[in-house]
Design a protein around this ligand. Structure first.
Ligand code: PXP
Length: 239
């Protein structure tokens, strides 16, 4: 059964609507962990649109499971990661005008930068995951970068409009999980995973962890965070 990482960015997004104090994403950590989350995910963006520098320090202190810090290959953010020392850093592409992380990192095209980033973070004792499309070229490049973990961007799967397109994307995730594991990589997945589309991804043999944010926090508005996390754990476990 894959593990569950809960992304708490959207709690900070709601706080930033008022730019005051509530809701505090740090308060979500103990609830998520008690409800079955195996890790806590937060993205410190260059534009600090949700999670900020103070949050990552407080998150580091509060997390009892594993802290997975999402970040771009940006020297300032790499410096912060090396000070904060999350258990894991997940490297994502960032564009200021995007609403969310729209696609995977092009590791093949940015190999040198990826190698330097992975090396610096590994040296600081931080595991590194690369957020990539489920694609052979990117998996090969991930190995060359020195990373030992990848996370497949499941956006295309989540947004597939027809059954045929959905099946094609799921097969790609399955095939690339087999291929990535044959290269010795740990495979995670995330983006756009919801209560009604997560089970098939969780069933992929060898899938290590699913990182889910928006659907859990959206459901939590109605049923509370504890129940929202518990129900997602059930969706993953019932596979
Ligand atoms: N994994 C990564 C690397 C992400 O950047 C995000 C947020 O875009 C997620 C998982 C969670 O995606 P969502 O909020 O759609 O569940």
């Amino acid at each position: 059964m894959p593990k569950l990482g809960v992304n708490i960015d959207h709690i900070a997004t709601l706080r930033q609507a008022r730019r005051e104090f509530d809701p505090d994403p740090v308060k979500a950590i103990a609830i998520c962990e008690a409800a079955g989350a195996n890790s806590i995910v937060a993205h410190l963006r260059e534009d600090r649109r949700h999670i900020n520098d103070k949050d990552v320090k407080a998150i580091r202190k509060a997390v009892q499971t594993r802290f997975n810090l999402e970040m771009a290959m940006n020297p300032e953010i790499i410096g912060i990661a090396l000070k904060i020392k999350p258990e894991q850093a997940t490297i994502v592409p960032e564009r200021r005008e995007e609403i969310t992380t729209e696609g995977g990192l092009d590791v093949a095209r940015n190999l040198k930068k990826a190698q330097e980033t992975v090396k610096a973070l590994h040296k600081g004792g931080i595991d590194v995951s690369l957020f990539i499309a489920p694609d052979k070229k990117q998996l090969d490049a991930a190995v060359f970068s020195g990373a030992r973990i990848v996370e497949f961007h499941t956006g295309k799967y989540a947004l597939a409009k027809t059954k045929a397109a959905w099946e094609k994307e799921l097969k790609q995730l399955l095939d690339m999980t087999i291929y990535g594991r044959s290269l010795g990589l740990e495979i995670n997945a995330g983006h756009g995973l919801k209560y009604d589309n997560t089970t098939p991804v969780a069933r992929i043999p060898g899938m290590n962890e699913l990182n889910i944010g928006h659907s859990i926090i959206s459901y939590a508005v109605f049923v509370g965070l504890e129940r929202a996390v518990k129900e997602m754990v059930k969706v993953i476990r019932n596979t």
